[in-house]
Design a protein around this ligand. Structure first.
Ligand code: CNA
Length: 238
């Protein structure tokens, strides 16, 4: 393990074109559960499975139940960026990291100081009316009660990509651009099970694909360096 981290450190020292692509595992150390770990949301009891609640159809049909889940499970008060978020922000400030591409919706990369953050699945810190698209502050949506409504009568929704909804094409294209031109692509804290996001790795053309994850992923065999460890532990050493 130490040798792998030493190798990664050496690669990072020699590059000014690193791109990071991450998922829910980046934020577990901050106290936000992921989906697929044993203590993740998929293993917690709820009336409906998370992928059902977090779908477009469910949001349209049962916004009350959606909002109960949203406020209890997606919005966690007092969370702070952890060692991985902070080191990524530092690497950007040092001119080494070009972009963070994230599947997360928690805003913790920006809270840590990262500037170029591509949020593939949106953010719970933005809201808009599902009917007239008027933007709203996220506060009432995240901390109020019942279903938040717009002055037009439409339901206010989070600016996140629900299951069954397409990803923002501009963000996706930009992510492809960064990955295609990256010298080092570090992928971390993602099970690489959610498409199309997971497929972005296929655009990488270089020979320094690094995977950092607690458990195995379907892409381990394509990586040039695989580190099965806590991402916070790894980033505090590089
Ligand atoms: P996932 O499928 O739950 O996978 C997370 C992966 O991270 C698993 O393979 C874990 O083994 C691994 N992992 C967990 N903690 C750590 C750690 N400390 N160090 C290293 N590895 C760790 O989540 P993905 O991101 O792959 O799936 C994509 C979904 C999850 C996206 O749509 C997200 O919006 C959604 N999600 C986001 C958040 C968030 O914003 N923080 C939380 C929960 C789910």
């Amino acid at each position: 393990m130490d040798e792998k981290i030493a190798e990664l450190k050496e690669w990072i020292a020699g590059s000014d074109n690193i791109v990071f692509f991450g998922g829910a595992g980046v934020s577990t150390e901050s106290g936000i559960p992921d989906f697929r770990s044993v203590d993740g949301l998929y293993h917690q009891k709820w009336k409906y499975p998370p992928e059902t609640i977090l779908s477009h159809t469910f949001f349209e049909r049962m916004p009350e139940e959606y909002y109960r889940f949203h406020r209890q499970k997606l919005v966690i008060d007092g969370v702070q960026p952890n060692r991985a978020h902070k080191r990524l922000a530092e690497l950007e400030a040092e001119g080494k990291l070009r972009a963070v591409i994230t599947q997360n919706i928690d805003g913790l990369h920006q809270a840590a100081g990262s500037k170029k953050v591509l949020e593939l699945h949106g953010s719970i810190w933005r809201a808009y009316c599902s009917r007239c698209r008027k933007p709203y502050p996220a506060e009432q949506m995240n901390h109020g009660e019942g279903v938040p409504r717009c002055s037009c009568g439409g339901v206010i929704r989070p600016d996140i990509v629900l299951y069954e909804e397409p990803l923002d094409q501009d963000i996706l294209s930009e992510a492809v651009h960064y990955i295609r031109h990256a010298e080092i692509l570090i992928v971390g804290g993602t099970s690489l099970n959610v498409y199309p996001a997971a497929g972005l790795i296929n655009y990488y053309r270089g020979d320094k694909l690094v995977l950092i994850n607690r458990s195995e992923t379907p892409y381990d065999r394509y990586a040039d360096l695989v580190i099965h460890a806590n991402i916070g532990d790894v980033f505090s050493q590089i």
